[in-house]
Design a protein around this ligand. Structure first.
Ligand code: VGL
Ligand code: ZN
Length: 208
């Protein structure tokens, strides 16, 4: 597979809190950063997302009396919401992009999850499945058609973004060795959903 001028690398949530030592650490999350830095140099277009929650965000277990992160869920007007430790709080050190991420041609940093009452795993639409983030419009207006996804976490934000991108008419590809996931079960489930939706999964060495 050859990288085209209309391709874009989308780096999902490569933030301090999702890496070892962070409040919602993904195992080995930091180990993919050198590969992502190298990949970025080969793309004409690179976009990143940043999970960006206000204090007391609906996805924080701490915002719901007696609820535990990773285990409990809450019912919301948009459906069941998983609960997490407090993470990526706006302007906190944990919300920063990881300092080892060095991408000179990063052209857009899109923040998501900034409304207290709605979470957003996907880079395209919030968890209510209707509120757009504006990313699809940005990409269409710039004629960027094929999207390569890397970053954290495979089973939540990376996978959800690729599924929505594909549904919105983009050709979506996940570079698997440039992602890491939170849990085995959810990674398997996400892989099946990606396959069923026609999202391609590749290894980075398949990029000529
Ligand atoms: C994510 C859980 C909560 C992610 C974000 O980036 O995959 N996961 N917020
Ligand atoms: Zn989050």
């Amino acid at each position: 597979m050859t990288i085209q001028p209309t391709d874009v690398l989308i780096v999902i949530d490569l933030q301090v809190d999702f890496c070892p030592g962070g409040s919602l650490a993904v195992r080995d999350g930091n180990t993919i950063i050198p590969l992502i830095n190298r990949l970025a140099m080969r793309f004409d277009h690179v976009v990143a997302t940043q999970d960006w929650h206000p204090q007391g965000h609906i996805s924080f277990a701490s915002a719901h009396l007696g609820k535990q992160p990773f285990i409990d869920t809450v019912e919301t007007p948009y459906g069941t919401q998983h609960l997490w430790p407090d993470h990526c709080v706006q302007n906190s050190a944990g919300a920063a992009l990881h300092p080892d991420l060095l991408i000179e041609n990063l052209e857009l940093i899109l923040r998501k999850g900034f409304r207290r009452e709605i979470d957003s795993y996907s880079a395209f639409v919030e968890n209510d499945k209707t509120t757009p983030t504006g990313l699809a419009g940005y990409l269409r207006e710039r004629n960027l058609r094929r999207l390569f996804f890397v970053g954290l976490a495979y089973d939540y934000c990376v996978g959800s973004s690729a599924l929505d991108g594909q549904r919105l008419g983009f050709e979506c590809i996940v570079i698997e060795d440039a992602t890491r996931g939170i849990a085995e079960d959810s990674q398997r489930t996400m892989r099946d959903r990606l396959d069923a939706a026609g999202v391609k999964s590749i290894q980075s060495n398949a990029l000529a």
